[in-house]
Write a protein that binds this ligand. Structure first.
Ligand code: TXA
Ligand code: MG
Length: 341
């Protein structure tokens, strides 16, 4: 395995070419996107795709997102595309929006976990775009983490999860957004948001001029969003999420921290700007301001991994307002949590 640095503003052509050659030859490359790092292969090479499931320990029933570098590439990969897709693509691509569409035959069935739909995304990160163009193929790429663990927002995270198991890791600096893309299913009406992300429901509704809905499990129907069924984003420590008003949150975390410390546990706390000095714990991290949630979103997975490295037993986390990217931030925190207090 090799690790190479590539400049995300002005990617070095020769280095991109090396990575692209690995993809063309059926190899596995970890690369940055603006959301999180991806572990990528040629999406049209079934054997290469199967390597990803093995390396990540990913359940075979969980389909992969296919990444493209040109908007018009969707016509090679998807069919019966509803006209509304155009509105979303023109507004949000390249960017953190994944669209689920009817798949064309060219896509191997292990990419889509045998589903007749495919998830497509055109990322914004220049390294990702240049890599896809140079490889000359679409790239199947889930988040670059062992299944169930927090996604990687930096090359070192992927390195610590995969070590020698991948052919190359590209270090392109920290992921700008830090949470995975919003996933929207356009194959049935009403359109459904399968996963929350930086592009919000309100942002999508404004462009579409109609209401969207969050997907909810329905016992009568097969799962529309297989990925959301699995335990996710989990640190090794037990994460406890404190809810309520800020005053209630502060009291709950302070009390729990005292309780766990008394019983000999190592306690980590995910606080915010104004509260970080209020708590006593072993490792206290400030996710960011409660007013600018973009910073907290960018820090979340990085800090969960950091707290694991510090060997804390318990993570006490504040809840954040569910506005803008706060909706996605709270989604990930709730899924990572073993308990909400
Ligand atoms: O931001 C992102 O989307 C990152 C970067 C690397 O692009 N990728 C990512 O991939 O988060 P992954 O595999 O960790 O999450 C993909 C999600 C899963 O919840 C999966 O179930 C869902 O997308 N998905 C993929 N194909 C689907 C399909 N055909 N129908 C419904 N959901 C699908
Ligand atoms: Mg993932």
């Amino acid at each position: 395995m090799r690790l190479i640095k590539i400049n995300s503003k002005n990617p070095e052509k020769d280095r991109i070419q090396k990575a692209a050659d690995i993809i063309k030859n059926g190899g596995v490359v970890v690369f940055p996107t603006e959301t999180v790092y991806g572990i990528g292969v040629n999406a049209l090479n079934k054997k290469a795709v199967s390597k990803i499931f093995k390396i990540k320990g990913r359940p075979k029933g969980n389909p992969l997102i296919v990444h493209i570098a040109k908007k018009e590439d969707i016509f090679n990969l998807a069919k019966n595309i509803p006209k509304e897709a155009d509105l979303l693509i023109n507004k949000f691509w390249p960017g953190p929006l994944t669209l689920v569409l009817e798949k064309k035959k060219i896509i191997p069935d292990n990419v889509t976990a045998k589903s007749q739909t495919v998830a497509l995304r055109m990322p914004q990160n220049k390294i990702a775009l240049n890599l896809i163009v140079s490889a000359g193929v679409p790239m199947a790429a889930p988040s670059a983490n062992i299944s169930g663990r927090p996604s990687s927002t930096a090359a070192i995270h992927a390195l610590s999860d995969f070590k020698e198991k991948v052919d190359l890791i590209i270090d392109g600096g920290r992921a700008k957004i830090g949470l995975e893309s919003t996933v929207v299913d356009l194959t049935k009406t009403p359109f459904l948001i399968l996963r929350k992300g930086a592009i919000t429901k309100e942002g999508l509704e404004k462009v579409l001029g109609r209401k969207l809905f969050y997907y909810k499990k329905n016992k009568k129907e097969p799962l529309r969003s297989p990925g959301m069924a699995y335990r996710h984003y989990s640190p090794k420590a037990k994460l406890i999420l404190a809810a309520g008003t800020l005053n209630e949150i502060k009291k709950k975390i302070k009390k729990s921290a005292e309780h766990y410390k008394k019983s000999g546990k190592k306690v980590g706390i995910l606080a915010s700007n104004k509260t970080k000095n209020f708590y006593k714990g072993d490792v206290i991290l400030c996710l960011g301001s409660r007013k600018n949630l973009k910073i907290a979103a960018k820090n979340l997975f990085n800090y969960l991994r950091f707290l694991d490295k510090e060997g804390v037993d318990i993570i006490l986390a504040e809840s954040f307002p569910r506005t803008g990217i706060g909706t996605a931030l709270m989604d990930r925190l709730s899924r990572a949590a073993s308990k909400i207090i």
